[in-house]
Design a binder for this molecule. Structure first.
Ligand code: URA
Length: 284
């Protein structure tokens, strides 16, 4: 290898590291099933339309605008921060005539990963199967494991408030998680658990085909965007995820520990509202 080639390669590897892609380049054998050349998917950032940065999610409920009268927000910035995978699927080919029922049936009484050992219920997902907006968390907690429904505990109540502050009901949106079984002691899902379970998430999204995907927390954002970057590097930015607009924001559980971050999340939700044509109601 010539000096020039070596210097060039080192430059690319440093660049990949800065983008959080280092592990991909170093462990290519381990990531065989990932697309080798994701098409460019530039980041777009949509300008927030409403101020109310102080909203604490319990504000008077905004109402839906008549038939999305809000102007489609223009891409304000193009930043090649992360390239979201654009192929049919990271994990499997698209399944013809797929449906949420079929995906649930395929999951069955799953024992594919170790999370099955301690779970009470598989937490598949709830909400509108034709939702324009899908929220994705990381994995069920204790309450979700018992009830078999995502986001029903303390963090879930806050998510419900967030949804209602956007002028929506829980039943308008779809809510699910990256992994469908509770990680013990509420630990983060592990890599093997995510790679085993996330094909089902990918199928859910392919069936619902939402206009907007809102990733709650780093786990779901990093899984869908295939990045190791910290969420604060790209929170609030828009990405393309196979035809859906994807935005990541902080997890409601984080907001319970760090309430001042609610104003940041509210800004992100306002961007979602802008894309979906939801009008914030003036506060009384
Ligand atoms: N946290 C999550 O990420 N998902 C849930 O369903 C509940 C809490």
């Amino acid at each position: 290898m010539t000096e020039n080639t070596r210097a060039g390669l080192e430059g690319w590897l440093r660049y990949a590291d800065e983008l959080g892609l280092g592990p991909y380049y170093r462990d290519r054998a381990a990531s065989k099933s990932f697309p080798s050349a994701p098409a460019a998917a530039p980041t777009i950032s949509v300008a927030a339309t409403a101020s109310a940065a102080s909203a604490q999610f319990s504000a008077a409920a905004p109402r839906r605008s008549p038939q999305s009268s809000a102007p489609e927000a223009a891409p304000a910035k193009l930043t090649p921060l992360i390239q979201a995978p654009s192929g049919p699927s990271l994990f499997e080919e698209r399944i013809e005539n797929d449906s949420l029922e079929r995906i649930r049936a395929d999951i069955g009484d799953c024992t594919r990963c170790k999370l099955h050992k301690a779970r009470t219920n598989i937490v598949f997902g709830v909400g509108n199967p034709k939702a324009e907006l899908v929220f994705i968390g990381e994995g069920p907690g204790h309450d979700e494991d018992i009830q078999g429904e995502p986001f029903v505990g303390r963090a879930g109540k806050l998510l419900t408030q967030m949804i209602e502050a956007m002028g929506l009901k829980r039943s308008d949106v779809y809510i699910c998680n990256v992994v469908k079984c509770r990680p013990p002691e509420n630990r983060l899902p592990e890599k093997d658990e995510i790679s085993t379970c996330s094909p089902f998430l990918s199928r859910q999204l392919a069936v619902i085909r939402p206009k907007v995907i809102c990733c709650l927390g780093a786990c779901s954002a990093q899984t869908l965007l295939e990045t190791n970057q910290g969420i604060s590097r790209f929170r609030g930015e828009w990405f393309d995820y196979r035809g859906s607009k994807l935005i990541a924001t902080y997890h409601p559980a984080y907001l319970l520990r760090n309430p001042p971050a609610k104003s940041e999340v509210w800004k992100d939700l306002q961007k979602v509202m802008s894309v979906l044509g939801l009008q914030p109601k003036p506060r009384r």
